[in-house]
Write a protein of this length. Structure first.
Length: 255
């Protein structure tokens, strides 16, 4: 796989298809190939050059152990490094969960590099914090429960992610989470970015309502995936793609 370099670390990525560029950025405990495994990439490659990113700490990318290496600014740097290495000036960006947060940051800090942004399953208003209390209540867990362990256990229930966790670096996963979990929302900078936005979430995901409310206030497009929780929404590519493909066709631009 090709390699980009950012802040002294290697970022692994894949390229397939032909046409305007679309960057696919996965979530926590996922790698770039998970987009292919879950049925997204094949639906895009006939019309787009698809760039699947292994975020820092995951897949074939380097895995530092310091939380500061996973800051929002460095996540943006990683995406910029991949675009530069791939020779792409502007691209559409599609991220889920951690990937959506990264997309918000790219739109806020480097809007000129994006033609549009598709973001699933992450609150642009209060970030990770807004999901913690509702999730602990839903699971009947004490308020002082470590959310990281719950996230990891939930991810490991999926065979693909379980294999990725088993092969990965636990200290890097933890550092990635520590940075991810404390980042603030980027709602105002995102709304002011001028980047066309499509947000989506499952109706059983605690992030659904804050995402929907932000979309209404900012004029962004929004898709509700009925009866889907956070992971369930990711799994339902057949329900998400019919909304995303027309949005990309209208906004993804030229290579």
């Amino acid at each position: 796989m090709p390699i980009a370099h950012s802040n002294g670390f290697k970022i692994s990525y894949g390229v397939s298809g032909n046409g305007p560029a679309v960057v696919l950025h996965p979530g926590m405990f996922q790698d770039g190939a998970h987009w292919t495994y879950s049925g997204y990439t094949a639906a895009l490659t006939s019309a787009y050059t698809v760039i699947t990113v292994d975020p820092l700490g995951l897949g074939g990318s380097d895995a530092p152990h310091q939380a500061e290496d996973y800051s929002l600014e460095r996540r943006v740097d990683s995406v910029m490094a991949v675009l530069d290495e791939a020779g792409v000036e502007r691209a559409a960006f599609w991220g889920y969960s951690l990937g959506a947060m990264t997309g918000y940051a790219v739109a806020a800090h480097a809007p000129g590099r994006l033609t549009c942004l598709v973001a699933g399953g992450f609150d642009p208003v209060d970030g990770f914090r807004s999901v913690v209390s509702p999730t602990l209540r839903l699971l009947g867990q004490p308020a002082d429960t470590d959310p990281y362990q719950l996230m990891k256990q939930g991810a490991a229930a999926d065979p693909y992610q379980a294999a990725l966790i088993e092969a990965g670096d636990p200290a890097a996963f933890r550092a990635n989470y520590e940075a991810f979990s404390r980042e603030p929302g980027l709602q105002q900078a995102l709304a002011d970015s001028g980047v066309p936005l499509l947000l989506y979430a499952g109706t059983a995901d605690p992030w659904h309502e804050p995402m929907r409310a932000f979309a209404e206030r900012s004029g962004a497009d929004f898709l509700s995936v009925s009866d889907a929780d956070h992971k369930g929404c990711w799994d339902r590519s057949a329900d998400v793609l019919p909304a995303v493909l027309p949005f990309l066709a209208a906004n993804a631009g030229t290579p």
